[in-house]
Design a protein around this ligand. Structure first.
Ligand SMILES: Cc1cc2nc3c(=O)[nH]c(=O)nc-3n(C[C@H](O)[C@H](O)[C@H](O)COP(=O)(O)OP(=O)(O)OC[C@H]3O[C@@H](n4cnc5c(N)ncnc54)[C@H](O)[C@@H]3O)c2cc1C
Length: 396
């Protein structure tokens, strides 16, 4: 059940053991909260980052580590749902997010297996082929790089498994997500942020800006001028307003022992339901198939779904491996799906002393680092383009 990415040593920060007073309290040390904490500390503010479990222990350390552009919807569908201008603006934000992550890796010297090899979306039916082609044309028309890969140019391993067209997005990348996020938290600590793990927040009272009160499960209080809520799928537990805006949705993952290279970039198939990549050491990390049982795959419990895991293994065994296929890790994780498929980044309705960055809807590595940066900018300047585009109040 241990996620592959978290199967590395970690020396946790201590739990909060006394009351505290800071400028800003950040709740949740996934990608969003960690990024917010770093950028706030870099602004010279006193910051406390409170994590109920461990850094990156939730969705951030349980995903596939793809850094993809766009939302979970393909671009043609995003245009249909949001309109052309908004879809283009949101898409551009995700590319900006990737750039900000790459800059952070460079400037903090993070050892996190970052690669920018692009990503490949695959079609396995005529309908999907038409959708992918439409998405590719629209991306190009809106100034984003995307290339159609006809069947004859796809690697044989992919055509043999029923794939008949691809779209290559050269701007995408991949990372060891837990290493990246822990590196960001270390950088935040170096900038002066106080980090507390195993520190579950029980209640948040941010009715009055300047007098925010956070109570932990162990009975300690953090007083702050402002709070940032970055608890993803658990957002509704500390905010009544968010209860019906972000839903917990489970995804299954597995990782194999190292195998000879077969996939040269992260792959998305079956309308984005199925996805896989090969790590630098050759492990295949594969996730998805939740469409087989969407009613069961909801809730906060990080449990395995044997039927879905079996289908994932079956799928993997269809590739022409030259070595014995051995699955070493199986795990699941919980995503926070927002009601309109877009993250909620900005002022938290009903709590004037709080901002939130939640509901990344399965694409947090396309948004959440920039979201943390944007929330820090909101604290300092009162505005950021991402907080305007993804203002939570749109769902009021
Ligand atoms: C199986 C799976 C595959 C995915 N694949 C990808 C992918 O390849 N690419 C991509 O872009 N996205 C992917 N995602 C989504 C991505 O992982 C998330 O969108 C992203 O990590 C969200 O980051 P976050 O900081 O909002 O949330 P989280 O990582 O969930 O962090 C929230 C943190 O808040 C803490 N917390 C919650 N409640 C409290 C409380 N009361 N007190 C204190 N702390 C609390 C939690 O312990 C947790 O650490 C995937 C997700 C899953 C589950």
């Amino acid at each position: 059940m241990r996620p592959y990415w978290l199967d590395i040593p970690h020396r946790p920060s201590p739990a909060l053991a006394q009351d505290l007073k800071v400028d800003v309290v950040v709740i949740g040390a996934g990608l969003c909260g960690s990024s917010a904490a770093l950028h706030l500390a870099q602004q010279g503010l006193s910051v406390a980052l409170l994590e109920g479990s461990h850094i990156a222990s939730s969705a951030t350390g349980r995903n596939a580590g793809f850094i993809l552009q766009g939302t979970a919807e393909r671009y043609d569908r995003a245009v249909q749902v949001m309109g052309r201008e908004r879809a283009r603006a949101v898409h551009a934000l995700t590319l900006q997010n990737h750039q900000a992550m790459a800059q952070a890796i460079e400037s903090h010297g993070l050892d996190c297996q970052y690669q920018k090899r692009g990503s490949l979306q695959l079609a396995s039916s005529a309908q999907e082929e038409a959708e992918l082609t439409a998405a590719c044309e629209l991306l190009n028309a809106d100034g984003f790089e995307a290339r159609l890969i006809p069947k004859e140019d796809l690697p044989p391993a992919l055509t043999q498994t029923g794939h008949r067209l691809g779209v290559f997005l050269p701007g995408d990348g991949e990372v060891q997500p837990a290493r990246f996020t822990r590196g960001i938290v270390r950088a935040a600590q170096q900038a002066g942020c106080a980090v507390f793990e195993d520190t579950q927040v029980q209640s948040l009272d941010a009715q009055r800006p300047g007098q925010v009160d956070v109570l932990t499960q162990r009975g300690h209080r953090v007083q702050a001028s402002l709070a940032i809520l970055a608890t993803n799928a658990r957002a509704g537990q500390l905010s009544n307003w968010l209860v019906d805006k972000v839903d917990p949705v489970r995804g299954q993952m597995l990782a194999t022992a190292p195998l000879p290279p077969l996939f040269s970039a992260p792959i998305y198939a079956n309308h984005g339901y199925d996805y896989w990549r090969q790590t630098p050491e050759g492990r295949v990390v594969l996730g998805g198939w939740r469409n087989l049982d969407p009613e069961t795959e909801v809730g906060h419990e990080e449990r395995l779904h044997p039927g879905i895991q079996e289908r994932m293994s079956d799928f993997l065994s269809r590739f022409p491996w030259e070595e014995q296929l051995q699955v070493t890790h199986r795990w699941s994780g919980t995503m926070g799906f927002s009601r309109d498929g877009l993250p909620l980044v900005g002022p938290l309705p009903g709590q004037p002393g709080a901002l939130c960055g939640v509901g990344f809807t399965g694409h947090g590595f396309g948004f959440a680092f920039l979201a943390g940066q944007a929330l820090a900018a909101m604290v300092q300047h009162g505005e950021h383009a991402m907080c305007t585009a993804l203002d939570p109040r749109r769902l009021s």
